[in-house]
Structure formats: structure tokens, C-alpha cells
Design a protein around this ligand. Structure first.
Ligand SMILES: [Zn+2]
Length: 159
């Protein structure tokens, strides 16, 4: 039996997020991945993929196979509190096809500057690493879905 020294190099797969399965409630520890979408280790359903990113983890978190929607928000912003729960719902309803990446602009000024988030909430839609849409301000859910749908990829068969 070894004393654990050899396992230390394995924690290099990126920031771990805890994703709760909307189907069975199991908590899953998921690292960012550019391939596929995470599935529940207990029941196998696609997981709602919603993570918090920072200046340091943003690039690895947005390098994802499903379409990514970035929520540039701040705790003091009223309209952000309107949009936040909508994005949580979409992460469940579009599990496997959408990744939601939340960025607190107060704590991550680099990203606020990079995406010119002078007015929040600002939502950035990224598909295959390319910004394909930008929504400034709070939209009702139906309008947001209509805006997002053309940039979603078709669902994978078999899941
Ligand atoms: Zn599950």
C-alpha cells in the first residue's frame, strides 16, 4: 500500500462543480470538458450544467460541446435576480444541449471588460468557441428561449 503521494498529480482536470441531477437528485462532481455533456452517475440522465466561472476558469468552462450561455451578473442587480432563475430552469429543460456559465462581474473585472458588460445582466451566447449572440438586459423566458433556440445544437439521439 502506498501513502497517497502518487495521486496528487491527478487534480489537474479543472475546477470541479457540483451538479445536482434534476431526475434523481444525486449530486455529481463534474469537471469542465470540451467533449459531450455530463450525465448523472446514478441514473444516467443528462445533468443540468450550470457552473460559476472566474477570470481564471472562464476559458476552460466555456470550451464545451453544447451551446454556452454566459450570465454576466452582480448581486446588487435587480434584473439579474430575474434572469438567474430563468437560466436555472433552462439548464434543466435543455440539459445536455446548454451549458450555463455564471460570472459575477464585481469579482471578475477582467471578464466584465472583455465582454464590455457596462449594463447587466449581459448574456453572451457562445457556440463552438464563437460568440454568436449577445443579450443585454432581462428578457422574459419565452423571448430568451426564442433568441437562444437557433443557436442550440440538435439533441443527441439516444439520451
Ligand atoms: Zn440522476
Amino acid at each position: 500500500m502506498t501513502t497517497g503521494h502518487g495521486t496528487e498529480g491527478r487534480q489537474t482536470c479543472g475546477p470541479i462543480s457540483i451538479l445536482r441531477c434534476a431526475h434523481c437528485g444525486a449530486a455529481n462532481r463534474i469537471a469542465p470538458s470540451p467533449r459531450g455533456a455530463p450525465h448523472c452517475g446514478t441514473c444516467g440522465k443528462p445533468l443540468p450544467w450550470l457552473v460559476n466561472a472566474t477570470d481564471a476558469t472562464f476559458d476552460v468552462e466555456t470550451h464545451a460541446a453544447p451551446t454556452v450561455i454566459v450570465d454576466l451578473w452582480a448581486p446588487w442587480c435587480g434584473p439579474c435576480r430575474f434572469v438567474g432563475p430563468i437560466l436555472e430552469e433552462l439548464s434543466r429543460e435543455l440539459a445536455g444541449r446548454l451549458k450555463v456559465v455564471k460570472v459575477n462581474v464585481d469579482e471578475n473585472q477582467g471578464l466584465a471588460l472583455r465582454y464590455d458588460a457596462r449594463s447587466i445582466p449581459t448574456l453572451i451566447v457562445i457556440r463552438d468557441g464563437v460568440v454568436v449572440d449577445r443579450v443585454v438586459g432581462a428578457l422574459p423566458k419565452a423571448d430568451l428561449v426564442a433568441r437562444l433556440t437557433p443557436n442550440l445544437k440538435p439533441p443527441r439521439s439516444g439520451s
